[in-house]
Design a protein around this ligand. Structure first.
Ligand code: GDP
Ligand code: IMO
Ligand code: MG
Length: 442
């Protein structure tokens, strides 16, 4: 029998190629008092989630985006690959900003540890790819190698740091990793930088010692307990649906499942606890790294305009993000896969052109396709429609009645395109601050 007093889990995921503004929306959702905790369930420090509030700007890579709200518990689930160096650095940075997060941060003992060798293997794999085809353009954070070791059942778990044989296991794994680097040296000429490895090892070991002081626990048990207490949890997606390892443009994807379906596995909760799926998009599209990008703006001057006005530079790597028009074809695919029906649309203040284009369809050899292609490189053409732009008229607007007519038309146009999917825009972002948001439902 259903216990009506039980809490629920809502999830927020990016519906494009990442960097949709998830950090801002998580922070905003947490400020309404509905949720007592926020949980990362996949990915690792490849994420870069920006929060701006009360004059503070914080970019979280691994600490969940509830860090600036003292009454919210922060959870790192078993599905996450934990970069301890980033974790400790962020905890210290937050402390210097006046937020002591350690007492409210809980890390799953089953989460995977990113070792100090994983980023080097990540670089070696990229080097190999660059010699034998094309790079993925990873964040070099060791995400792929950490997930590979986990699946090969040789990786280390966060809870292992408390075990008496941790040092021995770590030593054995590092020896194996060194052999892998030597293999890449042999096959592609990858240069092994022993001094950098040594430096990283020292930093990592220091961070591991600090990790031991944190709250490592059976997080699945804790989250279930909170739900039994009637408390609600928000799950914070990283990356975006188009970077999902199974449903993205393989191999130009990340190494985890970014779909909401992965929440149950990445936190250890049953699917019956999940209520809303919020999907976040930008009013246009961006992408970092390699791989094809069908809706990319062809005119490089126009692309640069979006890059500059939208400050489209990676929050993790600082790389310029490629800019494209809103891609309704990819979005439909992402909405259907994720089940998102409440849409947050950010960067509605960024429109540096008189007209704005929207990609509606993909073509392969002059035929409009219905199914998402196995590889985006197969797409030979895209169909698009033009709408009127709105310049910078909407920056900072937080009242629906003050939105420019062109933006209203654009938002209505998007909702109409997804009418059959029962999708509603519920929030419109008009700037980077928590306050720069319009509640579109009202
Ligand atoms: P995330 O990875 O999805 O959390 O997004 P990022 O933090 O990597 O990138 C989003 C960027 O856009 C950050 O610099 C945010 O501060 C900024 N941002 C978020 N929403 C808006 C918005 O509505 N307008 C503008 N101008 N910037 C925004
Ligand atoms: P947030 O959470 C944008 C991209 C990388 C690369 C590919 C694989 O901030 O939205 P990886 O290091 O994961 O092996 O890289 O995925 N990528 C992201 N792009 N936002 C992110 O996270 C990303 N995390 C990974 O650029 O193309
Ligand atoms: Mg980001």
């Amino acid at each position: 029998m259903q216990n009506n007093k039980k809490g629920f889990v809502d999830v927020l995921v990016g519906l494009q190629w990442g960097d949709e503004g998830k950090g801002k929306n998580i922070d905003e959702l947490l400020s309404n008092g509905v949720y007592s905790g926020v949980a990362r369930f996949q990915g690792g420090a490849n994420a870069g989630h920006t929060i701006k509030s009360g004059g503070i700007t914080f970019i979280g890579h691994i600490v969940p985006s509830g860090c600036l709200q003292n009454d919210v518990e922060l959870y790192i689930g078993n599905g996450v690959v934990v970069d301890v160096i980033s974790l400790i650095k962020e905890i210290k940075e937050l402390k210097s900003l006046g937020f002591d997060v350690a007492p409210r941060l809980y890390i799953s003992n089953r989460a995977k540890l990113v070792s100090y060798m994983h980023p080097f293997i990540d670089q070696a794999e990229e080097f190999y790819r660059s010699k034998n085809g094309e790079k993925i353009g990873t964040t070099s954070r060791g995400i792929g190698p950490a997930y590979s070791d986990s699946r090969a059942r040789k990786g280390l778990l966060v809870g292992d740091v408390m075990m008496p044989d941790f040092d021995q296991k770590e030593k054995e794994l590092s020896e194996l990793h060194m052999n892998i680097l030597h293999m890449y040296k042999e096959v592609s000429g990858f240069e092994i930088q022993e001094d950098k490895i040594k430096e990283m090892k020292e930093k990592w070991q220091e961070a591991i010692n600090e990790l031991k002081q944190l709250q490592i626990c059976d997080l699945s048990f804790l989250v279930q307990k909170r739900l039994e207490e009637g408390k609600n949890i928000l799950a914070e997606g990283a990356q975006g649906i188009m970077l999902d390892i199974d449903f993205g443009d393989y191999p130009n994807v990340t190494s985890s499942n970014t779909l909401p379906a992965n929440i149950c596995l990445g936190l250890g909760i049953p699917h019956t606890t999940i209520r809303n799926v919020y999907g976040v998009i930008k009013a246009y599209t961006t992408k970092v790294g390699g791989g094809d990008f069908p809706s990319r703006i062809k005119d490089t001057t126009v692309e640069k305009l979006f890059q500059d006005t939208g400050h489209e530079f990676g929050a993790t790597t600082g790389r310029p993000r490629m800019c494209g028009w809103l891609d309704l074809f990819a979005l439909r695919y992402a909405i259907k896969l994720s089940g998102a029906n409440k849409i947050f649309i950010n960067k509605a203040d960024i429109c540096p052109t008189d007209n704005i284009e929207v990609v509606t369809n993909y073509e392969i050899d002059n035929k409009v396709i219905e199914e998402f292609p196995l590889r985006l490189k197969l797409v030979t053409n895209v169909k698009s429609e033009k709408l009127a732009g709105w310049g910078n008229a909407n920056y900072g607007v937080n009242d629906k009645s003050n939105v420019s007519p062109e933006l209203s038309v654009y938002l209505k146009y998007i909702e109409d395109k997804f009418k059959d999917l029962d999708v509603n825009i519920v929030s419109v972002g008009t700037g980077p601050d928590r306050e720069h948001t319009i509640n579109w439902e009202k």
